[in-house]
Design a protein around this ligand. Structure first.
Ligand code: EPZ
Length: 418
């Protein structure tokens, strides 16, 4: 099992090019099931989760051609199966995103229940309830969600709570449904807007994506298109925090600054100097230690839960006491237990981590438990004295393209070992 070996202490500097957003590429690839013609998608990140999604589509009979490392051509005109099997779904929860498009285009879908994961139970009840409101019959048996519908019809759906993939699944179901669908209390994440833009390019009629209310007029068919996936705001934020923790100066290229404003606000509070262009962000810590910041995760445009672990790492070595409150997932502090083994002074009180910054973390062998926790541990290793060995980094390969290459180019001493 691969591990990352990190010799801490380097001050990061230089340029890093940001990849396409995992959480936009996954729903967009699922949405290709809706098209009767070939679609070409560029800026697709080279990640394990993307490979898994492409394998899932190919198992259904979709023709997938990877033109180069970043561009895929997809032909869903002929589908032979409407099933997402457990062996794939268990490795990637986002497989649930094929449920809506399969049902909308073919009237049937059998998708294995994703099950919980390290950060929480993560039920999909709101996905199912929405599809039922649109006329689908859904039964859960033998560990599968089995959905059937002659033709979905529009519905007025109000989400009990904000769900990103729930919004995306129902948006994809609505674009081919008969009539008008209104999604209220919808997720406003930029990845939802990116999916909506892609669907619109195929001929969908969507208004309000990016707001809390999305209105869809169903159409009969969706045609082919070409589309470029938006940059990954969480990857961007992760590298900016790496610079903030090591007193460095880096420039993130090919990013989308307007999608991570809440993170930039907190980096400024931590003492970072930021310069921002249309598609780049430069951060300069001028060799200073960051100041502690208080974080409270919430749905977009508030502070993203996927940046919570990274800011626990920053607060662990910052000047002062910072609190990190997690309001989205019920078990997303497992990285804290590992950081404590590196000498971090963090107390967990309910859904809040109270971080008292220490002058120095001490390297230790640590274990990644989920994608963003592993990013937080890598950041802690960059700032720690000595060699940190991060185990189970298959988690990190799911969401960060070539992380050790990109960090090495910034001056970090990091390498992959088996
Ligand atoms: C998406 O997960 C992201 N994944 C997650 O990123 C991200 O952390 C999360 O949104 C929150 O921003 C993808 O986009 C592929 P939710 P998702 O449905 O859609 C509860 C990463 O690191 N809920 O918005 O699964 C749920 O339990 C990953 O890239 C229900 O109760 O998250 C959670 O408490 C991790 N019933 C809350 O809503 C439902 O039917 C928000 O979850 C659906 C969700």
């Amino acid at each position: 099992m691969d591990k990352l070996l990190i010799e801490g202490g380097a001050t990061l500097s230089g340029d890093v090019t940001i990849s396409g957003a995992k959480n936009a590429a996954l729903p967009i690839l699922a949405a290709t099931l809706l098209a009767t013609e070939v679609v070409v998608i560029s800026n697709v990140p080279h990640l394990q989760d993307v490979t898994t999604m492409l394998s899932l589509l190919q198992m259904m009979g979709v023709q997938v051609t990877v033109d180069d490392r970043l561009t895929v051509e997809i032909d869903s005109s002929e589908i032979s199966s409407h099933e997402a099997p457990y062996e794939l779904v268990k490795t990637m929860r986002a497989s649930i995103l094929v449920l809506g498009p399969l049902l909308a285009r073919f009237g049937e879908a059998d998708v294995s229940l994703p099950g919980g994961c390290a950060i929480g139970a993560r039920p999909v009840n709101l996905h199912v309830a929405g599809l039922q409101a649109m006329g689908a019959s859904v039964v859960v048996e033998d560990g599968f969600i089995k959905a059937r519908a002659d033709r979905l019809h529009g519905a007025h759906i109000v989400f009990d709570l904000v769900t990103v993939t729930g919004t995306e699944n129902l948006l994809m179901a609505a674009v081919l449904a008969d009539g008008e669908t209104i999604l209220e209390n919808a997720a406003r994440e930029p990845e939802v807007s990116d999916l909506a833009d892609f669907l619109t390019g195929m001929g969908a009629q969507i208004k309000g994506a990016g707001s809390g209310t999305i209105i869809v007029q169903g159409v009969k068919t969706l045609v082919g298109t070409e589309y470029r996936v938006l940059p990954d705001r969480i990857e961007t934020g992760t590298y900016l925090v790496a610079a903030a923790m090591t007193g460095g100066r880096i420039k993130a290229l090919q990013c989308a600054p307007e999608t991570l404003e809440a993170v930039l606000v907190k980096l400024r509070e931590a003492g970072a100097l930021l310069e921002i262009g249309d598609d780049w962000i430069e951060i300069d810590m001028c060799g200073r230690r960051p100041q502690s910041v208080n974080i409270r995760t919430a749905p977009y445009p508030a502070f993203p839960t996927d940046m919570q672990a990274q800011f626990c790492a920053l607060n662990a070595i910052a000047q002062g006491v910072g609190t990190v409150t997690e309001t989205i997932f019920e078990n997303r502090f497992q990285h804290v237990l590992e950081m404590q083994r590196m000498g971090a002074d963090i107390l967990i009180d309910g859904n809040t981590a109270i971080c008292t910054g220490v002058d120095e973390l001490l390297a230790a062998p640590v274990m990644a438990t989920d994608l963003r926790a592993s990013a937080g541990l890598v950041l802690a290793g960059l700032a720690a004295k000595g060699e940190t060995l991060v185990d189970r980094i298959y988690h990190i390969d799911r969401g960060y393209e070539r992380i050790e290459e990109k960090l090495s180019q910034l001056g970090a001493s990091i390498r992959r070992v088996v």
